[in-house]
Design a protein around this ligand. Structure first.
Ligand code: ATP
Length: 398
């Protein structure tokens, strides 16, 4: 069990023709003893590289890594007291499951009885029967192979477990099952665990805390609900949560002594959303009147008026249904307000025909407001705006 401290960690790769790729860019992260920390972000954000530097599988370009108080930058992977579980399981195909589990301990010259005890303990924890211990990996299902890969880490009794997308190769049902098993394993072993995934559902359900990364940089580190309820910027707000948060660009305008959010640049064209702020929101946003801001509404916070619990007329707008997806327990409505397409998620089984006009109610208390910086400096070579980069610069206001 150990604390892991990552200090100003950087990794630059040198690609073809001397092209530099900054994979990890000044990452600072304190992972507490016994904590389950999830590194999450889109493909290429540097999460695997960060994990591999912790494991010692990748040289560090700059910065420091401490495990249990000891600086490990120059410590060989085998001496770091970590165990890593890989996406492709990395089992030895010619060895039995028993041998796969025992091999690392044999290399470290553990006594035979101790190896036997640890292998049996790990097999019991993971529900691997004796019969499976005698088989070769190729005769196992994906889920069983994944268990063996985890077992190989357990027998080592490491200070820190590192997981690199360990469930990616499993089908959807097995993923959910293994997700719960790894969470239970953490509760049982109480080790420090660092888990890399691009799947925000895994991050939300497994992590004590989540570290959201983008372009090699940390966007936010917090407990799952804190990230969900108070995302640091529009990138995090859009990345965590499915379906994602809806964003409406606009401004705040004063009318009759109250503050309203008005979609678009000029007040009130056809289909523009015009919603009254809650008093507490208005108080905190007065200085933003007239400036470009974005209103963020999670799909579950906008509801068909027919089933909405509250019907404050200042929080209603009209939209046209485009597509209805009935999931059974809930319904996703894809709507267009004239100026904008957005998603509403209803707990009710509502049926709305495409093209039908519906009144939607927003739960304003749950809405977020983000500052909107100019998008010009976020243009890619192709001329398009790099939306993720731009959104990461649009910080939350409330
Ligand atoms: P994924 O979920 O796709 O695995 P990731 O967030 O784990 O993505 P990394 O694998 O850490 O991302 O890669 C971060 C960046 O570094 C990417 O742009 C990647 O192309 C680059 N990169 C990774 N390994 C190398 C390498 N050996 N040489 C050059 N560039 C690399």
């Amino acid at each position: 069990m150990a604390k892991v401290i990552i200090e100003n960690l950087c990794k630059t790769y040198f690609g073809d023709k001397g092209r530099q790729v900054v994979a990890v860019d000044h990452v600072n992260l304190h992972i507490e003893d016994q904590e389950f920390m999830v590194l999450v972000g889109p493909s290429g954000c540097g999460k695997s590289t960060t994990l591999r530097m912790i494991a010692g599988l990748e040289d560090i370009s700059q910065g420091n890594i401490y495990i249990d108080g000891k600086r490990v930058n120059d410590v060989a992977p085998k001496d770091r007291d970590i165990a890593m579980v890989f996406q492709n399981y990395a089992l030895y195909p010619h060895m039995t499951v028993y041998k796969n589990l025992a091999f690392g301990l044999e290399l470290r010259k553990f006594p035979k009885e101790e190896i036997e005890r640890r292998v049996r303990d790990a097999a019991q924890i993971l529900g691997l029967p004796d019969e499976i211990l005698l088989r070769k990996p190729k005769t196992l299902s994906g889920g069983q192979r994944q268990r063996v890969a985890v077992g190989r880490a357990i027998v080592r009794k490491p200070k820190v477990f590192l997981f690199d997308e360990p469930l990616s190769n499993l089908d959807a049902k097995l993923r959910v099952q293994m997700r719960t098993e790894i969470s239970k394993l953490h509760q049982r072993l109480n080790n420090t665990m660092i888990y890399v995934t691009h799947d925000q559902v895994e991050a939300m359900t497994m992590g004590d805390r989540i570290c959201v990364m983008k372009d090699g940089q940390v966007q936010q580190v917090a407990e799952p609900l804190e990230i969900y309820n108070r995302p640091a910027n529009m990138f995090v707000a859009g990345f965590i949560g499915s379906p994602p948060m809806n964003f409406f660009a606009g401004t705040l305008v004063e009318k009759g002594g109250s503050l309203f959010f008005s979609e678009g640049k000029t007040p009130l064209g056809a289909g523009q959303i015009f919603l009254k702020l809650e008093d507490t929101q208005a108080k905190r946003l007065v200085e933003w009147i007239g400036k470009p801001i974005s209103l963020g509404i999670r799909p579950e916070d906008v509801e068909d008026k027919i089933v909405a619990p509250q019907t404050n007329p200042d929080h209603i707008f009209r939209a046209t249904a485009e597509v209805t997806e009935t999931m059974g327990a809930e319904t996703y409505l894809y709507l267009n307000s004239g100026a904008h397409t957005f998603i509403a998620r209803s707990r009710e089984q509502i049926l709305v025909a495409p093209g039908e006009s519906v009144e939607m109610v927003v739960n304003m208390k749950k809405t977020h407001f983000f500052e909107v910086v100019a998008s010009e400096s976020f243009r890619k070579e192709s001329g398009e705006v790099d939306l993720d980069k731009w959104h990461a610069s649009c910080k939350i206001l409330i």
